[in-house]
Design a protein around this ligand. Structure first.
Ligand code: MN
Length: 437
């Protein structure tokens, strides 16, 4: 089922001039939601929509006289700064507000005089985590990542036999999720070198990033009531970029037998804007399995998932070291990949998560796992790019890296483009490493 409509018209322009730039992440066709306030102010956090290099303040905009009564009802939770309450609305209501916002911000709306006072430049805003994230689960859908990392941890047995049957995941921790633009403190933890007799406690020496997308849950499900594949997409609100910071030395020592724990839960960073599933509609791709691989079990299969459950989203990792920053050198791109290589779709992640009756809630975050491409230079973590720390990467200024050093800024970027569609982007997911306490 395709849900494209006039909000996906690639020719549509906005009365906000910066939205019409060819390389804008936030053209009229995107309209992602975020939580912001004027930088340095003590304002209440408010929900806004990114348009070009501006933010439409929905608290302010809801007071304008240009909305229908139906639209005003939809704007109400957003005007109150409560994105979760809006996320929980049925898909057709969320879509109805997208249509209303698109029409209001369209170049022909005649509303520029009325609404331009509701804009704040993004450069004058500070952003917060966009909604209450009650629970965070991280999946492992990047099969190229799973294979490469599996080889490093278990050379004889890289991909465990459950991988092609079960969407593998673990429960993460939502309390340490932060928004782009901040710092991440190098964690302390137990480290044991392979040849050491006993572990020591100290600063992580193998700090890494992971290039992921995060899926925000829309309406939840009651405890004990699974979400069938046919209904999964109604429970999907949108995507942001997600950096699942990882302490590889802590991880290697602690991960068996129960999986990731302190190696992962010290920090996760998300991009501030949630790009809605409606905006991503033109970038659907068929879901297929490689020749010879098992087909998903029936509860993870549906005609709609096969036809268009996959999404083409270009993903990149950029690095700027402290030395580069001091010399005024821009960040350098370390790799590029695409979400289309994921082994499981977003709908399969969500349906699998609820398949035992586990209840998801509006605003829950499901990480996709590291999205590496099939080629050697397309690893979505330094663990992959440095072959487990054995081969250092040389940066253009001559510095080398196997893992992250204090002062390094990691920037994730993502965008979607397709023939006949306007390119849309995610904005930056950036954070800088600071020294251990
Ligand atoms: Mn991860």
């Amino acid at each position: 089922m395709t849900l494209t409509d006039h909000t996906h018209d690639p020719e549509a322009q906005s009365w906000v001039p910066s939205a019409n730039a060819a390389d804008a992440d936030f053209p009229l066709q995107n309209l992602p939601y975020g939580l912001f306030r004027r930088a340095g102010s003590q304002q209440d956090w408010r929900v806004g929509v990114a348009i070009g290099d501006q933010i439409l303040d929905l608290r302010h905009a809801a007071q304008a006289g240009c909305w229908s009564s139906d639209t005003l009802v939809l704007l109400q939770p957003l005007a109150e700064g409560d994105l979760n309450r809006f996320m929980a609305l049925p898909q057709e209501k969320r879509r109805a507000l997208r249509l209303a916002l698109f029409d209001a911000l369209h170049a022909d709306s005649g509303l520029d005089a009325e609404l331009s006072g509701c804009l704040l430049p993004q450069s004058e805003a500070e952003m917060a985590v966009p909604c209450r994230i009650a629970d965070y689960t991280d999946f492992y859908t990047g099969i190229h990542h799973a294979t490469t990392v599996g080889k490093l941890f278990r050379p004889d047995n890289p991909l465990l036999p459950n991988y092609k049957w079960v969407p593998i995941g673990y429960h993460g921790r939502s309390s340490s999720i932060g928004v782009s633009g901040g710092t991440v403190r190098r964690p302390l933890g137990q480290l044991k070198a392979p040849d050491a007799e006993v572990p020591v406690f100290g600063p992580c020496k193998r700090l890494d990033y992971e290039l992921e997308l995060g899926l925000f849950v829309a309406g939840g499900n009651a405890l004990g009531e699974p979400i069938p594949m046919a209904e999964a997409e109604q429970h999907m609100f949108g995507l942001s970029l997600l950096n699942d910071w990882s302490a590889r030395d802590l991880q290697a020592w602690e991960y068996q037998p129960l999986g990731p724990f302190l190696a992962k839960n010290f920090a996760s960073t998300i991009s501030p804007w949630i790009v809605t599933m409606e905006a991503l509609e033109p970038f659907r791709l068929p879901f297929t399995r490689p020749e010879g691989d098992p087909q998903p079990l029936p509860y993870l299969d549906s005609p709609a998932n096969r036809a268009g459950g996959n999404y083409g989203i270009e993903l990149e990792v950029w690095l700027q070291t402290a030395q580069m920053r001091a010399a005024g050198q821009p960040a350098v791109c370390l790799m590029r990949s695409n979400f289309k290589y994921a082994y499981w779709t977003l709908a399969q992640m969500l349906t699998h998560h609820a398949s035992n009756g586990c209840n998801l809630q509006p605003g829950d975050l499901l990480g996709t796992g590291t999205q590496s491409g099939p080629e050697a230079g397309e690893g979505g973590s330094l663990l992959e790019l440095s072959l487990g720390g054995k081969q250092s990467i040389t940066l253009p200024n001559g510095e080398t890296r196997t893992f992250l050093q204090d002062g390094d800024s990691v920037i994730l970027r993502g965008f979607a483009q397709a023939k006949g569609a306007r390119r849309i982007g995610f904005g930056d997911c950036a954070a800088t490493v600071v020294a251990a306490p």
